[in-house]
Structure formats: C-alpha cells, structure tokens
Design a protein around this ligand. Sequence first.
Ligand SMILES: Nc1nc(=O)c2c([nH]1)NC[C@@H]1CN(c3ccc(C(=O)N[C@@H](CCC(=O)O)C(=O)O)cc3)CN21
Ligand SMILES: CC(C)C(=O)C(=O)O
Ligand SMILES: [Mg+2]
Length: 274
Amino acid sequence: MSQVVHTRRLQAVDLIKRKAEGRKIISLTAYHAHTAGIVDAYCDFVLVGDSLGMVMHGMESTLPVTLEMMILQAQAVMRGTSRALVVVDMPFGSYEASREQAFLNAARVLKETGAGAVKLEGGARFAETVAFLTERGVPVMGHIGLTPQSVNTMGGFKVQGHGAGDEDRLRADARAISDAGAFAIVMEGIVEPVARAIATDPAIRAATIGIGATAACDGQILVLEDMLGLSDRVPKFVKSYGSLRAHIEEAVRAYAEEVQAGRFPADGHTYPPR
Ligand SMILES: Nc1nc(=O)c2c([nH]1)NC[C@@H]1CN(c3ccc(C(=O)N[C@@H](CCC(=O)O)C(=O)O)cc3)CN21
Ligand SMILES: CC(C)C(=O)C(=O)O
Ligand SMILES: [Mg+2]
C-alpha cells in the first residue's frame, strides 16, 4: 500500500515556528500566476501587495487600489503557487473604519481567493482590529514604520525612526499588534538602530519581516519587479538581483528590427499548405 504524501502550503503558524528556530523567512511580492510560480519554490510566503497599483498600473501611490483589484491578483497568485503561504494586502479604505468592516472585507479575501492571511498597515491603533480578526479565524500580518497608505499624513514616503520618541512609539506599535495576535509584522523603512532594537525585542512574539529595515529581522521581503531590475524608480533599500528591463528592451528592439527587415516571421513561424 502506498503512503499518501500530503504536501500542504505553509501556514501563518509555521512562520512563528521559523522565528523560534532562528531560520530566516524568505518572501517576495507577486501579482501574476507566472511570476508567483517562479518564486513559490524559494519563498515561505508570497505577498500580493497593494504596491501592485504603482508597479502594474503606474499609480502615484497605493491609495486608489481597490479590494476587487487585490482579489483578482490574489486569485492569479493562488493558481500559480502550491507551497508558499499567500498573504494579501488589505487596500486603503477596506479596514480602517471599524473592526466589523475589516472582518467583512478580510473574510471576502479569504473566501474568494483561498489565501492564508491578510496584511494591514498600522500599529497600536489597529491592535483591536488585529485581535478581532484573529479571534474570528483570519491570520493577520501587521505593517509598521513607513506605511505607504499614510503617504499623505507622513508627507511622503519617509524613512521612520529619526525623531525623539520614535523608537518608543514603533516598539509600542510592534508589541501591541504582536500581543493582539498578529503572526508577523512587516517593518518598512525604519532607521537601523531603532529597527534592530525592535527586531530583537524578546517581548515580540510575531515574526519580523524587514524591507528597508534591519538584517536582524526574522525575514526579508522585496517587491519582485524592483529586485529584478524591471521597475523604473526604486527605493534606496532595494538591491538589484537582475536587469529585466534591459533584457526586455533588447528583445523588443530585435523583434522590431526583424519585422522591419522582413526576417520575422520566417518559415518555421508560418503554416505551410497541407
Ligand atoms: N515598486 C515599489 N517598491 C516598493 O518598495 C514600494 C512600492 N512600489 N509601493 C508601495 C511602497 C512605497 N514604497 C516606497 C516608495 C519610495 C520610497 C523612497 O523613495 N524613499 C526614499 C527615502 C525618503 C526619505 O526618507 O526622505 C529613498 O531614497 O529610498 C520608499 C518606499 C515602498 N513600497
Ligand atoms: C512592500 C510590501 C511590504 C508591501 O506592502 C507591498 O508590496 O504592497
Ligand atoms: Mg503594501
């Protein structure tokens, strides 16, 4: 009799185990089935980020992104992955008004996509929301520091933690959402000594995921198109691991040249008579 090998996706609780074991948590964003399929083998979780508004649609900020856009791209990413946990960003306006609004919209995300968790931006002020969702079966990832949905109140995409009292505030934010039941916290754009102090704080049970924050975090994330060298402008915290923009441009240039010269399509690319 053959043994049934049950492979399953990583789950939110697995990331907390990772933190305890001291094994780094690897993650990237993805918005499409095909790119998600490539990163699935290497990532513990794949984030369907609301940065898709800026990366895929050329928006100036993440504010115009809708729940419908997030659900559509999350469905694509779920189809492309089999191993990684898929986490979906709650877009601006879909969770801030009340705990009930947050639950109803998060439930829609889980029901309509099959994703394993949602992420929402905010610290101590959203601790009640994080607890409300977690108690009702929705695993929540928090996001503190440079929170892009607050671009208008922050006065730009500004690195956080330079001011007096910032360390205490950011630490209180991280502790509050960890205590509320968040399984992980994205720490974005936080100045090094402050980020390190929070990432190594033994009072924080949630796994810390850095982006433009310290290497002391339990894991790291980047926007896939940024690290591939496809995005035209990237934040300073991005390291380029590829040069897709140049690759695509060269392919498109060669195609245009061959069509112009009549060399494409050649015999192998047309249908001969039977
Ligand atoms: N393509 C992309 N990559 C991202 O990492 C990303 C998005 N889009 N969209 C949503 C947010 C916005 N993010 C950003 C955008 C710009 C900066 C930026 O320009 N930062 C300045 C420092 C600004 C300051 O502290 O004054 C930098 O030089 O990195 C940082 C994060 C991160 N997220
Ligand atoms: C940059 C990551 C953390 C994010 O929130 C996004 O891609 O929207
Ligand atoms: Mg986001």
